[in-house]
Design a protein around this ligand. Structure first.
Ligand code: CUA
Length: 387
């Protein structure tokens, strides 16, 4: 029972408004958790065996936790009401400090509960780690870079970026590396590879290979995100897993194995094959970081031989449109935070510490050419032909 004084107090206007605001506010916040609009990164909407195993573990444990939570909260509310201060009746309730049955009870019950939960948890961890039977899986090496993802198809010898294309219904064995085996000394920082609708997170650690399995049941696009803080553009380090039917995937691989749709170099293998290629290779030296000729070759920046076959660029942050690409070629650091201007001004170039694209309009190193918009358009138009 609430005393008369208390009741009058609760019904005063400011309190009522506060209560109303709390109800409305929490409704709106909880509403944001609704899956009415799928954002493509919903771990509660598993779309492959790995994510399903995690979901099958999560859901029962969630309800156990809810049950425990409800009991504890109900107990707290009960005790708070039952033993609240009442005028004229100010006696301490019976003290139970040091009660042996209670102490043993609330030690043993959680311990037993945790022991029960541990069984399926450990089983799931081992299940997820198990390599698929030999010959059944597509093997892909994923290299975490600052700030984008490189995908290397072992058997097909295809290197791509930002969009990991996989066949449906086929296990994909992913080797996660922070180092580029083909580029000596090219090691990156720690990242974490996460596609919520397909699997859990796995860290990408320099000097250590981690493995994980993903598999998509249905064709579609599954959004991924770097889940370990890795520097300026960690939040922008996205990617997509694009699952295609087996036939579409085979066709995609075949296309990716071809050389550039518009040759980058003349048949003699050294001179650029046109004015745009000349700008890319010579004037702005994009080829110091990017590969444009060999679809199997890893490079410091993304392999661009089939850039135009992707829907996005800049680690999936931007749609691959002509205007986005022109802006990017001109001044990438204005579109995504990168260690560009200040770093380049203050760090000796030999230290090789400044990560990311330079701006060709603002912080071009002394003596290097400044890019005009017409040149950026010419470069972008060439890149957009690279289907
Ligand atoms: Cu890569 Cu965060």
């Amino acid at each position: 029972m609430i005393g008369r004084g208390g009741l009058r107090h609760l019904t005063t206007r400011p309190k009522r408004w506060a209560a109303l605001a709390l109800v409305v506010g929490s409704t709106l916040i909880l509403g944001a958790c609704s899956d009415a609009q799928n954002n493509g990164q919903n771990p509660l909407r598993p779309n492959g065996p790995a994510a399903e195993k995690i979901d099958n573990l999560f859901v029962p444990i969630f309800w156990i936790a809810v049950t425990v939570g409800v009991f504890v909260l109900a107990g707290v509310v009960f005790v708070a009401f039952r033993y609240r201060y009442r005028e004229g009746k100010n006696e301490n309730p019976k003290q139970i400090h040091g009660s042996t049955p209670l102490e043993i009870g609330w030690t043993i019950i959680p311990a037993v509960l945790l022991a029960i939960i541990a069984v399926p948890t450990i089983k799931t961890i081992f299940d997820l780690q198990e390599a698929p039977a030999a010959g059944t899986a597509l093997e892909v090496t994923v290299v975490g870079k600052q700030w984008w993802w490189e995908f290397k198809y072992k058997e097909a010898k295809v290197v791509t970026a930002d969009e990991l294309v996989i066949p449906t219904g086929t296990p994909v064995r992913i080797r996660l590396s922070s180092c580029e085996d083909t580029l000596p000394g090219e090691c990156n920082v720690i990242h974490s590879f996460w596609v919520p609708e397909l699997a859990g997170k796995t860290d990408v650690v320099p000097g250590r290979d981690n493995h994980m399995n993903i598999e998509a049941d249905d064709p579609g696009t599954y959004l991924g995100q770097c889940a370990e803080y890795c520097g300026l553009s960690h939040a922008n380090m996205r990617f997509r897993v694009i699952a295609k039917t087996r036939a579409d995937f085979d066709q995609w691989i075949e296309e990716q194995q071809q050389g550039p749709a518009v040759p980058f170099v003349e048949s003699d293998g050294s001179t650029p094959a046109g004015p745009a290629q000349e700008l890319i290779a010579t004037k702005f030296a994009c080829t110091n970081c990017h590969e444009l000729n060999d679809p199997a070759q890893a490079s410091y920046g993304p392999n661009l031989v089939h850039l135009a076959s992707r829907t996005t660029f800049a680690s999936g942050y931007y749609q691959l449109t002509r205007s986005n690409l022109i802006d990017w070629v001109l001044n990438a650091p204005s579109m995504i935070p990168m260690q560009s201007k200040v770093c380049r001004e203050t760090t000796p170039a030999a230290d090789n510490e400044c990560v990311g694209m330079p701006s060709f309009t603002e912080d071009t190193p002394a003596g290097d050419p400044v890019m005009t918009r017409a040149e950026a358009e010419q470069i972008a138009d060439y890149l957009l032909e690279l289907k």
